[in-house]
Design a protein around this ligand. Structure first.
Ligand code: LLP
Length: 428
């Protein structure tokens, strides 16, 4: 099993040195608990693996995975840059203290207003379509700006169809065969193209499709260099590095992976005689995925036609199992190593049948009042949560050296109504 579960002297799950049961007691549930050291270790491991083989290397944390300000700040301290996909993410990154030159904006189907916001924020814009290029060129202040293009290398991969972002079915990027034209056009419109980017999908544990995308993107970059003369300042291979969610899955061998990617990169640079650009990666899940746990309390044990364990977190809190059928490992917080004794369904409190955190899952004995810990709840967890069924969003705490701090308050009923206006004629 590839989960680094720690147990303290009371036999309880320990997260960053803090007792999971005490955290639940203090802050209530459902509760996201984020382990600061785990974030830093993940970042450093990835950075070291690549930079030791190619020193001109930068990480652009894909903050869509988790935009908590404390998480972003920790990564800023580590030296990360930011991959932002919306004006809201640009805003969040700027508020966290990232300078504009450390933010790459990769929007898709962007409005002119969004382009204007990105332009005035002075971040680098990664263009997703010829339409975006043309519309950007009409905005004042666009001339002379550095830009890059997202290219669809016609290969995709990911843990679910929804998470494959390259290939013929994908809405993202400019086509590989129109790249030369796109760069030429950018120059004609007065831009300074400096980068090339691809992101083929998310949750990739098999390096082969990623390597194929690197090869294809480098061939495209080589063609653009030869035919248009663009000297790339950076080549961005996107994110997508997976983590094991299921007990039998293996960790990505990051040493081997980085060696293969860097070798391929260097081989292609010399094949096309390209001046050494900076290599970027945009990991989200790899950095934050295993750094958080979702704690949820069991309130109901029900023997219906099946046995259900009812908890206080639903797909409003953690959408991945319902949206992608994703597996998240779940342990009982006061006996994380206990062996299974039964197969059960673990269901949330949302009024939909799809609201299951686990179906037919081997679990130890569970009683009402027990605390469950859902593993790998750092990426695309809180950031995809909602207020569906008028349930306020969960709280988040950060733990380090056994101490915990509340980094996001639990929402209140008032938050559910905070942006609504009742027309005067409907007032009572
Ligand atoms: N760069 C771009 C342009 C992206 O669109 C993404 C993710 C990333 C980087 C980071 O990918 P990562 O390293 O985290 O795999 N909600 C899904 C994942 C969707 C990812 C969307 N884009 C899930 O819960 O699995």
């Amino acid at each position: 099993m590839n989960f680094d579960l720690k147990t303290n002297e009371n036999g309880n799950l320990s997260i960053g040195g803090a007792d999971a049961l005490e955290l639940a007691q203090e802050y209530g549930t459902p509760l996201y608990v984020i382990d600061e050291d785990r974030i830093r270790n993940n970042y450093q491991r990835l950075y070291k693996a690549f930079s030791s083989k190619y020193s001109d290397f930068k990480i652009y944390y894909a903050c869509k995975a988790n935009t908590n300000l404390a998480v972003m700040r920790i990564l800023e301290e580590e030296g990360s840059n930011i991959d932002a996909v919306s004006p809201g993410e640009i805003y969040t990154a700027l508020m966290t203290g990232f300078t504009p030159d450390k933010i790459l904006y990769t929007g898709n189907n962007v409005t002119d207003e969004e382009l204007e916001f990105a332009l005035s924020s002075e971040v680098i814009i990664n263009i997703d379509s010829l339409s975006g290029l043309e519309r950007l060129s009409k905005l004042s202040g666009a001339r002379g700006k550095k830009i890059s293009f997202r290219v669809n290398p016609r290969v995709g991969a990911g843990h679910h169809d929804h998470c494959i972002t390259g290939g013929d079915l994908s809405k993202f990027g400019v086509m590989e065969e129109e790249a030369v034209h796109a760069y030429q056009k950018a120059i004609d419109l007065g831009f300074k193209p400096v980068g090339i980017h691809s992101h083929i999908g998310s949750g990739i544990l098999d390096p082969e499709p990623f390597k194929l995308a690197v090869r294809t993107l480098m061939d495209t970059a080589g063609r653009v260099y030869r035919e248009v003369g663009v000297e790339f300042e950076f080549v961005d291979f996107g994110g997508g590095m997976g983590i094991p969610y299921e007990p039998q899955e293996s960790l990505l061998d990051i040493e081997k992976f980085s060696q293969e990617i860097v070798d391929l990169f260097k081989e292609k640079l010399s094949q096309y005689n390209m001046v050494n650009p900076t290599m970027y990666l945009e990991p989200g899940r790899y950095i934050i995925g295993d750094a958080a746990y979702l704690l949820t309390s069991v309130n109901t044990v029900k023997q219906s036609y099946r046995k259900f364990i009812g908890v206080d977190a639903g797909f409003n809190t953690l959408l991945r199992p319902t949206m992608y059928g994703s597996y998240h490992h779940i342990v009982v917080a006061d006996k994380p190593q206990a062996q299974p004794t039964q197969n059960i369904d673990i269901a949330g409190n949302i009024c939909e049948s799809g609201d299951l955190l686990a179906r037919d899952r081997p679990m130890p004995d569970i009683e009402e009042g027990n605390l469950l810990a859902i593993i790998n709840a750092g990426a695309y967890a809180f950031s995809m949560s909602s207020q569906y069924n008028s349930r306020p969003r969960a709280a988040e705490v950060l733990v380090k050296d056994g101490c915990s701090e509340l980094i996001r308050e639990r929402e209140t009923f008032a938050d559910l109504l905070s942006k609504q206006n009742l027309p005067v004629r409907l007032l009572k």
